[in-house]
Design a protein around this ligand. Structure first.
Ligand code: GLU
Length: 317
């Protein structure tokens, strides 16, 4: 942010990377707030990346509203926005390299088949939910031809070799995951999230990934890709989720969960930000601190590790 005094020398960048599939809700915005504070507290830049690769699910108006909401909260980003939809060539190039090195194979399983298979298989404790059991891993050329003749379009999976990846999340501590053969290109030709995110973070020179706890489980796969692609390591900070009044993960069905809806009920963006700050243990109800002051107070050690239930003041049904 221009004019924001960085406490020390510039470090590798921080970022927020929303998918514009819907208007951001308060849970998304609270994560963005932590991403901003974590970056600025380290004197790093705060970059924005719009993860709009999925042409069917993403809408330009949601990207616009995300930018508007971040601005209202004062979470100004540095530099240019990165749009995933404009980076197809970069992803394709890496997919070609991985193919050339025989690290990928075509998988003809439908999503339903993968899920059914995953439910009936017994996986090791560190396997991710829905881990792929390897049905198409050793198909012969003839078998592949038969699948293609049935009109099946393949996704491309990376050979994960059941590698064990451990990392330290700055809030959740040591994590371990086994790497299944995960998808890097979907059957419709779209690069998969795990591939795009790793390439984008490297291209944006991200030093620390801050995002919702729901993505903690995807991290070992991303680290595995970084290693294979010889990309720099990054650190991770996953932020506990926000829950609705019923204790379930915050979602549209909970009612007025967007910033615009809160404003319609008379809750200002400043108040929402203050409630975020209180929920993160950064200030008390009596204090109304500026973003710069909050950056100075920010420390990962002080953050809660449990979800935050939306307070009554922000709950409108
Ligand atoms: N685009 C993802 C989301 O909105 C976040 C990806 C990331 O931060 O790595 O959930």
């Amino acid at each position: 942010m221009a004019g924001n005094s960085a406490p020390h020398a510039l470090k590798a960048n921080g970022r927020y990377a929303p998918s514009p599939t819907a208007t951001l809700h308060l849970g998304n915005l609270r994560t963005a707030f932590v991403a901003y504070l974590a970056a600025k507290a380290q004197g790093a830049q705060f970059l924005l990346r719009i993860e709009d690769m999925d042409e069917v699910a993403c809408r330009p108006e949601h990207a616009q509203s995300a930018m508007r909401d971040l601005q209202k909260l004062g979470l100004l980003f540095d530099g240019d926005i990165m749009w995933q939809s404009q980076r197809r060539d970069a992803y394709s190039q890496v997919i070609h390299e991985l193919l050339a090195n025989d690290l990928l194979y075509p998988c003809y399983c439908t999503r339903r088949e993968v899920l059914a298979e995953a439910e009936s298989s017994v996986f090791a404790p560190h396997s991710p939910k829905g881990a792929y059991s390897g049905t198409c891993r050793e198909l012969s050329t003839q078998q592949r031809k038969e699948k293609e003749a049935q009109g099946r379009k393949p996704s491309l999976r990376l050979r994960g070799n059941n590698a064990e990846i451990s990392f330290i999340d700055r809030l959740f501590g040591e994590q371990t995951g086994l790497i299944d053969d995960f998808v890097v290109q979907r059957a419709d030709g779209t690069p998969a999230y795990n591939l795009a995110v790793v390439l984008d973070d490297a291209a944006q020179q991200v030093g620390e990934v801050v995002r919702g706890e729901d993505l903690l489980e995807t991290t070992p796969r991303q680290i595995y890709l970084q290693k294979i692609l010889n990309l720099p390591e990054v650190s991770y900070l996953h932020v506990p989720l926000v829950l609705g009044a019923d204790g379930e993960r915050l979602a549209k069905r909970h009612g007025s969960v967007t910033l615009a809806e809160q404003e319609e009920h008379g809750v200002s963006a400043e108040r929402v930000r203050q409630l975020f700050a209180i929920s993160l243990g950064l200030c008390s109800e009596e204090e109304n601190l500026s973003l710069d002051e909050l950056c100075l107070r920010f420390s990962v050690e002080g953050l809660p590790t449990t979800p935050w239930q939306l307070p009554a003041e922000l709950t409108f049904s």
